[in-house]
Design a protein around this ligand. Structure first.
Ligand code: C2E
Ligand code: CA
Ligand code: CA
Length: 676
């Protein structure tokens, strides 16, 4: 009760101070908040309270008849008076002196009790007529937790209900001062509507809170002047939950950085704002090189720790609030702006590279990562977030292609290259569907006897406009888009069907089919190939699969197992373009290989490459491998191969790759000439 006690103890008692009031007929009494009793009353009030004597009234415990809301509200009055003892309230009260309701309009004011505590002097106004409606609404106004305030049009407070009084920092606080930000007041003033609803941050006796506010234009019943009736509900908790949910939706839980959602909302509008003022900016796209290796070798926890550390280094670049985002995985995005020119972005990119290239400590060891960075500048490289991100991403990939750990700016050429690749990819998809691919065959020939020993299947694209397109122009795009698997299966099935047709005509032709490294990597490779061969009525024994040296590079057990599985299924394996890769001849015995195809480049430069070709041929004989020389165009080359004792060759000298019918004709004609 200490806070209700004033320092100034009155020299005069209530009786002395209020004796004169005794003579008034108007009921006046003094209420003791702390004890919930009447401390003093005049004759009129004794009658109102239906008490025979002052002593009897003073002895009455009012708490027993009082609801929780009323006692709370009374405590509020006490606080109000302690803050400002000059204020008065005028309210319609219903008293229950002996259980019977009696309604009076009462004016309340502060009054210090004899012992220095804050009490309340209450004066019942001359009898007024109250209709039930008015009574109930005023009761509601007093009891409700909704804060209701009437302000003049200028924002001066005219009336506050108890809830509003309790929330106000001081009684004189204007509507303008009530709002924590100017925009809310502007919103009210600028609105044409009779009623405005908004959730705003406001000042209260509890500090800053969020209130759901309904402001109604009305007239002050007393003066008739226009006024604001403001009702407010505290929605801070709701708002906090909402904000937390919003935060979670827009931030990455691992690093706490803004996420992709945030980028598409907030970065987007920052970019628009900068451009609206005629400014420039940049997006910097960062991807960590070989992050997967760290995850794989040190575990995901270490990977997570690394991402957190990377995030904090990027944040420490201090580019401004929330201008660093994590897009997912090991991808980060910085927004710069406004900047003077692209060279500002270059400086930042250099700094990013420097910061991230310093070693990180993970699980007690030093780990190094490098970033690949791509930059797009606006408005030059695009005006909207989507274009800018796509372009920065493209530039980042360009950095990766250029050997990583570097940054690149977006250029028109980059996007043109991508555009034509995308066009090509979609054209290829159509080509597969519409049967624009055809398998050609090039004969493989015995060096000594010049008889056909087999054929290599080589795919061709018969483009409706461009005519015959060479595989060099579309195989890389097929690999990039993942179409290579489907294309490879198509070529294999065509080869098996051709073989069957030739067999019917009495020709046993072994066909070699090229396998892209990407195709070789597919888990289902062995089963897929086997079922295609079987479905088309062929035999794996009549097929050879050509793989490149790059497939063998890893020397890993998975590759060896897969090769063995293919061989066990009956396929023969050949190494294509032999000599151009890194394979060490001495390692060849590790793999179940049957044939080496010497790359065309050695044959076309036989004068200088002669020792290499001789070496390959003799090594192959040692390991009991077949050898095929590719790209033989002249009689001199063929003669040289005879001298080295090379077994087979392929080349324009004998025949170019030709279509099925031509190859069939060649087989028949060839047989005749051999027979003749
Ligand atoms: P490759 O496997 O090395 O095929 C041999 C290439 O040499 C063929 O080119 C062939 O036409 C060419 N060639 C043959 N003899 C001569 C000659 O005497 N002189 C010259 N200058 N060239 C000769 P093509 O058909 O343009 O194929 C290029 C590459 O495309 C192939 O090289 C192969 O890597 C790939 N490819 C072709 N078809 C397929 C396929 O069905 N699947 C896969 N994965 N790749 C294929
Ligand atoms: Ca080949
Ligand atoms: Ca080749």
């Amino acid at each position: 009760m200490e806070n209700t006690r004033s320092k100034k103890m009155s020299a005069l008692s209530l009786e002395d101070r209020l004796g004169a009031i005794n003579r008034l007929r108007q009921p006046v009494w003094v209420y003791d908040f702390d004890n919930a009793t009447v401390a003093w009353s005049n004759q009129g009030a004794l009658e109102l309270w239906q008490s025979d004597s002052l002593a009897a009234l003073q002895a009455r415990d009012l708490k027993s008849d009082m609801t929780e809301t009323v006692s709370k509200r009374l405590r509020q009055y006490q606080t109000d008076f302690l803050r400002d003892e000059t204020i008065q309230f005028r309210e319609i009260w219903t008293l229950y002196p002996n259980g019977q309701p009696s309604t009076v309009e009462v004016v309340f004011g502060a009054l210090w009790l004899d012992d220095g505590r804050m009490g309340m002097i209450c004066e019942a106004l001359p009898e007024a007529q109250f209709d039930n409606e008015a009574l109930r609404s005023s009761e509601a106004l007093l009891h409700t937790s909704v804060m209701i305030t009437l302000y003049s049009a200028e924002g001066i407070p005219l009336y506050r209900n108890p809830a509003a009084r309790s929330a106000a920092r001081n009684f004189a606080e204007t509507l303008q001062d009530h709002f924590a930000c100017e925009e809310s007041m502007q919103l009210l003033q600028s609105s044409e509507e009779e009623e405005v609803n908004t959730v705003a941050s406001v000042h209260t006796s509890d500090g800053k809170r969020w209130h759901d506010i309904t402001a109604r234009r009305c007239h002050d019943a007393v003066s008739g002047d226009s006024a604001w009736l403001i009702s407010e509900v505290d929605v801070s908790r709701l708002k906090a939950t909402e904000e937390r949910a919003q935060f979670l939706a827009e931030h990455d839980t691992l690093t706490g950085l803004p996420n992709r959602n945030y980028v598409s909302m907030v970065f987007k509008s920052h970019i628009e704002q900068i451009q609206a003022k005629g400014g420039k900016g940049a997006l910097i796209f960062i991807d960590l090189d070989h992050f997967k290796d760290i995850n794989d070798s040190l575990g995901h926890d270490a990977g997570d720790t690394l991402l957190i550390k990377v995030a904090s280094r990027l944040k420490s670049l201090a580019l401004g609030n929330d201008n660093v985002a994590r897009l997912g995985g090991d991808e980060f995005l910085l927004l710069l702006g406004p900047i003077n020119s692209g060279s500002d972005a270059r400086k930042v990119a250099r700094e990013v590279k420097k910061q991230l290239s310093k070693p990180f400590t993970l699980q007690g060891r030093k780990v190094r990562v490098t970033p690949s960075i791509g930059i797009s500048v606006f408005p030059a490289d695009g005006r909207n977030i989507n274009d800018l991100m796509r372009h920065a991403d493209l530039a980042m990939y360009h950095s990766k292609d250029n050997g990583r750990n570097d940054f690149s700016f977006f250029t028109k050429e980059l996007s043109e290259a991508v555009e034509s690749r995308i066009n090509l990819e979609s054209e290829l998809m159509v080509a597969l569907h519409e049967g624009q691919f055809v398998t050609y065959f090039q004969p493989r020939v015995d060096v000594q006897t010049n008889t056909i020993t087999g054929a290599e299947a080589l795919v061709r694209w018969i483009h409706p406009d461009r005519g015959l397109v060479s595989p060099a122009a579309f195989i890389p795009a097929c690999e990039a888009s993942g179409l290579i698997g489907t294309l490879g299966k198509f070529v294999l099935s065509q080869s098996v069907m051709a073989q069957k047709e030739w067999a019917k005509q009495g020709h046993n032709v072994r066909v070699s089919v090229n396998l892209s490294p990407l195709q070789f990597g597919e888990d289902s490779l062995v089963n897929d190939l086997l079922s295609i061969v079987k479905d088309n009525g062929g035999h794996p024994e009549n097929l050879e699969l050509e793989i490149t040296e790059s497939v063998l590079l890893g020397h890993d057990q998975g590759t060896i197992d897969k090769l063995h599985a293919l061989v066990d299924s009956g396929f023969r394996i050949a190494i294509d373009d032999f000599g151009t890769g890194y394979s060490n001849l001495a390692y060849l015995h590790r793999y179940p290989i049957r044939c080496l195809k010497i790359d065309r480049s050695f044959i076309s430069q036989l004068d200088t490459a002669q020792p290499i070709v001789e070496l390959i041929v003799s090594m192959a004989r040692l390991f009991k491998l077949d050898v095929v020389a590719e790209g033989v165009e002249t009689q001199e080359q063929l003669q040289a191969l005879r001298n080295y004792d090379c077994q087979e060759y392929q080349g324009f000298l004998f025949e170019r790759p030709i279509d099925f019918n031509s190859f069939t004709a060649l087989l028949n004609q060839h047989e005749e000439s051999v027979a003749a």
